[in-house]
Design a protein around this ligand. Structure first.
Ligand code: NOJ
Ligand code: CA
Length: 677
């Protein structure tokens, strides 16, 4: 085994901001490795080359996270990482702060130390191949990517596989979902790492009570999505499996190429995972100059009624998307603090939906009983926007041929948000939702929508990777087993632990359109299937599951006269600050968030199958100030299975020295508004 590391000089002690080059080792003797630590020194990453194979190792607070993990890329034209030698090692530091137009907080600090390694290898034909591997180590984890220049007459590569590995030190409990679940609508079931099959990322691991790791990727813009699998049965060395094209290739890349970042969030508690902004920090800055038209908000929809079979999408006697029905929803929205109304089934073409055929969809022609001009006029009068809906059934060709005129129509009518959808196991009959083909399409939609000042809520997406930093009109996405499963899933709906697991898995990939807010737990079509939560938990999920455009799932009839609606109506969807006072994966989580436009805080606390008691210190409130706490708690006898409805609303005066004692029912919750007085 040949491996050694070069010690680097001591870190620079002052840093005003921007990039500071700390060392550059390109001297006469080629370096044999490099090391870099996170700015706070807690994470140490080492790089070396072993028999021509580049590798890295990582430790957190002195504890091994990744053992020797090999790297490389296999393309038809060239293979990188089999006979490499290091030509340069550059270490630099970056420290800046950027602002989010919407998000879980306003300011994000981007502080990392970078290790950029230049590599070269001579292939069988005697060609010299150059490439770089760039690592960025933050206090909350690290990311790395491959950078391959144009060279030797090579201006493109057909990548057949990426030989990236994460050789996990240990056999932690792991949460992931099968890579081939078309829309990522699956349950995250905990297993020991050595027992998992191929999973899509994010994949989350509890290494110990003080070490949690999530593997994912950042900035997937023109590449295949990342999946991981053990390199042998029972192994804990995870290797890359990129989602293939139908023809078997993984990526058609133009050179120069910068791959997406491969990332590991590293936290000392489950709460730390939720507070990491590593993925956003590894995306490019905002590409939209004027973001003033991007408006977070809350919406309802003519939607749940389709899933419970009260309405149909297609025109006919049970058509949900009628002018009259939509006006009712607009009236309700205006009275209850909703900024938008989503209407599905407004456009021609739903006749073929049940066959999974999207070729008949028009994205500009409404059904005759849906007067879109009048609806938009009426909505504008009431301060409520229509939210557009573009279900494609995965027929990208049909959608792309109409997309520009469809978004232009939205812009003309003041429709500033569109929910897109890609139901259908394969896109255009052959490509996967995680393939490069799909990634290109989704990005094309975001960019086109941005040109027409339209925000996107994307269903059946590729797993999100933080692109909203660059395109903040990408508001939210599905890619989760959402609340719709509680309407029609034959397995009874989402189990209690699902909503206390996704905050540490899917939600780490970005905002989630889960659609909390079901108030009626009776399902006349499938009596065994229902939301497996209490009513109070539905309220609390509005805080826990971050989404800058957030939909309340239920029909308006089920909200009318319900005291619990007050919480959802008031709860913002974009935040100045977020804290996570307590969390355990699959068990419970409490999140407190401060409004962007006032001094008010909102708390959501939810539990899984077990009842949960907590003493919640309000030390995040301003010192010296008094607040009114309005508490929406599980009432006497509440239980997700037998008695979900009891809701107790109470008020008390508190300050930042107060501790609230909360009792959460089985799969229950508590939602709290803390208003300065
Ligand atoms: C699946 C989406 O997730 C759901 O919200 C929508 O109602 C249907 N597709 C129809 O577009
Ligand atoms: Ca869906």
């Amino acid at each position: 085994m040949k491996s050694s590391f070069t010690a680097l000089p001591a870190w620079g002690s002052t840093l005003a901001g921007g990039v500071l080059l700390l060392s550059c080792l390109t001297a006469c003797t080629a370096p044999s490795g490099g090391k870099v630590e996170s700015p706070d020194g807690s994470i140490a990453l080492s790089f070396g080359v072993n028999d021509g194979r580049p590798f890295y190792t990582v430790a957190s607070r002195g504890v091994a996270v990744m053992d020797t993990s090999y790297l490389g890329i296999e393309a038809r034209e060239a293979v990188f990482g089999v006979d490499s030698r290091i030509t340069s090692v550059d270490v630099s530091e970056h420290d800046s702060t950027w602002e989010q137009p919407w998000g879980e907080e306003i300011s994000v600090r981007e502080h990392y130390r970078q290790l950029a390694v230049g590599l070269e290898e001579t292939d069988a034909e005697g060609r010299k191949l150059k490439y770089d591997i760039v690592f960025r180590v933050f206090d909350d984890g690290f990311g790395f990517r491959y950078e391959i220049p144009e060279q030797n007459g090579l201006d493109s590569l057909v990548i057949m596989e990426e030989n990236t590995s994460f050789n996990i030190a240990g056999n932690p409990v792991t949460w992931g979902i099968p890579w081939d679940n078309a829309f990522y609508e699956a349950l995250y079931i905990p297993r020991n790492l050595a027992e998992i099959d191929t999973v899509s990322t994010p994949v989350t691991m509890k290494m110990s009570d003080s070490l949690y790791v999530t593997l994912h990727e950042a900035a997937l813009t023109d590449y295949a999505s990342l999946n991981l699998h053990p390199d042998a049965e029972g192994s804990t060395n995870l290797r890359t499996f990129l989602t293939p094209w139908s023809t078997g290739e993984k990526v058609f890349a133009k050179l120069p190429l910068k791959t997406p970042w491969r990332i590991a969030i590293i936290g000392h508690s489950a709460a730390d995972l939720m507070l990491s902004r590593l993925m956003l920090n590894l995306n490019e800055p905002c590409a939209i100059e004027d973001v003033s038209w991007i408006e977070p908000g809350r919406y309802i929809g003519i939607w749940w009624g389709m899933h419970t079979r009260d309405y149909t999408w297609l025109a006919g006697p049970k058509h949900g998307a009628t002018t009259e029905n939509t006006k009712r929803y607009i009236d309700f929205a205006a009275e209850n603090g909703y900024s938008g109304v989503l209407v599905e089934g407004w456009n021609k073409g739903w006749e073929a939906y049940d066959r999974g055929d999207g070729s008949e969809f028009s994205f500009t022609e409404p059904y005759p009983d849906f007067d879109i001009e009048e609806i938009c006029r009426y909505g504008a009068e009431k301060g409520v926007r229509l939210i557009g809906h573009h279900e494609t059934c995965g027929d990208l060709k049909n959608y792309e041929s109409q997309m520009d005129s469809a978004f232009a129509m939205c812009e003309r009518l003041g429709i500033n948000a569109v929910k897109t959808g890609y139901v259908g196991h394969l896109l255009d009959g052959k490509e996967r939702h995680g393939s490069q083909y799909a990634v290109r399409h989704y990005r094309n939609v975001i960019e086109n929508a941005a040109r027409h000042h339209v925000m996107i809520d994307n269903h059946e997406p590729v797993m999100p990777t933080g692109l909203q930093r660059t395109y903040p009109n990408l508001m939210t996405q599905e890619g989760v087993r959402g609340q719709e499963w509680d309407a029609w899933s034959a397995d009874g709906g989402n189990p209690p632990e699902h909503t206390v697991t996704i905050p540490f898995t899917r939600c780490l990939a970005g905002p989630v359109d889960f659609t909390p807010g079901t108030f009626n737990f009776t399902n006349p079509v499938m009596p065994q299937t229902h939301c497996q939560t209490t009513l109070a938990k539905q309220l609390a999920l509005s805080v826990v599951l971050f989404s800058p455009l957030q939909m309340s799932s239920d029909k308006i009839e089920n909200y009318q006269g319900q005291p619990g609606l007050e919480f959802i109506s008031k709860c913002p969807t974009s935040w100045a600050k977020t804290v996570v006072p307590e969390a355990e994966i699959g068990e419970y989580v409490t999140v407190a968030r401060k409004d962007r436009d006032s001094d008010t805080w909102y708390v959501g606390s939810v539990t899984g199958r077990e009842a949960h008691e907590l003493a919640l210190p309000l030390d995040f409130l301003d010192a010296g100030a008094k607040y009114k706490a309005r508490i929406f708690a599980d009432g006497e006898g509440a239980d997700y299975n037998s008695n979900p409805y009891p809701l107790e609303i109470s008020d008390m005066e508190v300050d930042n020295t107060s501790v609230l004692n909360l009792k959460l029912a089985p799969s229950g919750g508590t939602a709290i508004i803390l208003e300065k007085i």
